[in-house]
Design a protein around this ligand. Structure first.
Ligand code: BEZ
Length: 240
């Protein structure tokens, strides 16, 4: 390496299966101690690039409108951008007082929105991605379980608003996997067939392939599914 070459500082990127990095922050709902204050609940920590921008406004209105759907899954919401508290307050007031969008109006955002002018939290969570922007967080989504473990991470670019059906589906699928010890196939939704763990022995695999395991259908020895009724899944994923 030439002497005048600079080496980029290592960037901390949290990973699935790791403890959510801890921080204290000021929010529109007072101070929070994350993830400690959320122990016992699922929580989605999400970032947006900037207050007073259109895609973010559409997303905040949707997060607030669908907050009850997340809460039914015992999942709380926490937002973040690198704007200051007074900007957050003014923006959320503007949303409530002035914005009428897709049937959503008078929308009050009551979940906490973190101020992060220092970018300390955004950097801790790998939300600043310089290829996209040095000065704004990308649209990150961290789904964290009741023990404070990161279970899903999704990043979207600045230009793309998130899909809220998908975010809800992610929480449902994670909770269903935990509750029933199954995995969920492509495009799964509650009520669709689920994937049963691969048989631990040749004997069980053979029985399954021969259709001898009640309720289990095998497409091959490594790919077996079963039904869990929609009501049963919804009951399980909506419990605390
Ligand atoms: C938006 O939310 O509209 C937005 C924010 C930052 C860059 C581009 C779009």
């Amino acid at each position: 390496m030439e002497n005048n070459e600079t080496v980029a500082a290592p960037v901390h990127m949290p990973r699935i299966g790791e403890a959510a990095p801890a921080f204290k922050a000021v929010t529109t709902q007072g101070e929070i101690n994350f993830p400690g204050d959320y122990k016992g609940s699922w929580v989605i920590l999400f970032s947006h690039p900037a207050d007073f921008t259109p895609v973010c406004t559409s997303e905040f209105m949707t997060f607030a409108t669908r907050e009850k759907d997340f809460n039914e899954l015992n999942c709380k919401l926490v937002g973040l951008s690198v704007d200051g508290l007074y900007s957050h307050i003014a923006w959320l007031r503007t949303i409530k007082d002035k914005i009428d969008y897709k049937g959503m109006k008078n929308v009050e955002v009551t979940f906490p929105l973190i101020e992060d002018i220092t970018m300390n939290v955004a950097k801790l969570y790998g939300m600043i991605q310089p290829g996209e922007s040095n000065t704004k967080a990308v649209r990150a989504v961290f789904v964290i379980d009741p023990k404070g473990v990161i279970r899903t991470i999704i990043y979207y670019p600045l230009s793309m608003g998130r899909n809220f059906d998908e975010l809800i589906r992610v929480v449902q699928a994670l909770k269903a996997a935990d509750e029933f010890g199954i995995a969920t196939p492509a495009d799964w939704r509650p009520g669709d067939d689920v994937i049963v763990p691969t048989a631990g022995s040749c004997g069980v695999a053979k029985e399954r392939m021969e259709g001898k395991e009640a309720g289990v259908t095998c497409h091959d020895w490594f790919f077996c599914t079963k039904k869990i009724p929609k009501e049963e899944v919804l009951k399980a994923v909506t419990k605390k």
